[in-house]
Design a protein around this ligand. Sequence first.
Ligand code: GRF
Length: 320
Amino acid sequence: MPKAKVAIFISGGGTNMAALLYASRLAECPYEVVLVASNKGDAAGLELAKIEGIATFAHSHKGMERAEHDTVMERAALDAGADYIVLAGYMRILSEEFVSHWPGKIINIHPSLLPKYKGLETHKRAIDAGDSHGGATVHLVTPELDSGAILEQVKVAIVPRDTPETLAERVKLAEHQLYPRALSAYVGRGSDPTYLLDKVRELALKLPETRERESHGSPGFRVGTEKSGKFFAHFNDQHHGSEHVAVLVKAGSMDELLSLVETQPGTYFKPAYYGASGWIGLILNRPDVDWEHVDEWLERSWRTVAPARLTKLMDAADGF
Ligand code: GRF
């Protein structure tokens, strides 16, 4: 899989940016840093990025509307070819419009164990509350501050002599471990068979009267009763030497199968053994899988084998 392209936004020291950057140079890191951008021209992190040969961009927000400044930053990320925007001590709240352009594609690190202590002075608040631990959270960015889905967290013990400064120092060390790891897992999820199987399972099992059943050592999904049900999907993780992680669904005909495989070899393949009986492979370990398309195929395949009493119900529901 090609590496995900990441633009990192900073406002200050940029130690998390540095951790992300150096991790990106280790073997098998699934992302590369294409830009470090800042709202402060003198952010120390920009200097480090330059030394390391990374493209940088700076534009002050002073005297600008929030949305206007966001647009300038977004343009820089787009021009750099970024797939993801990674906030690392970027001290600006993003406008709703900006966030809406990048659903699931903006990531942040926050120095607390969210949902505790959103906003500022997190270490002081944790110490004042007598918490046993502080920590850090990597989460997706949504328009509501520090409230998007949590990807990973790390706990850091608080000791009685801690001040916000001493705690912040140890939390930073933990952040530098956490951020590259959480970001790698998130942007690399498209080649992780466990994540891909979970997605397929979620879509397959929301169809009526379906259940999961293993078939030749691989997860499969059936429709109908326990006894007389029929398979409508098989999940294959690099089955029989194939490099693909895929879901196999029933093609309409052998002609359709062969023509899809020939015209869209990046999306479809003819699976060993199963292909002969009309199963087509939908490749899942590729960038930007269209899950709605996978969903449509699962439903279509379900329809071809589901008993009439169920397809009739589905047709009736579609009529509304
Ligand atoms: C970190 O503590 C991070 O959690 C918060 O801002 C700080 C950035 O520090 N969002 P640095 O610039 O990465 O050193």
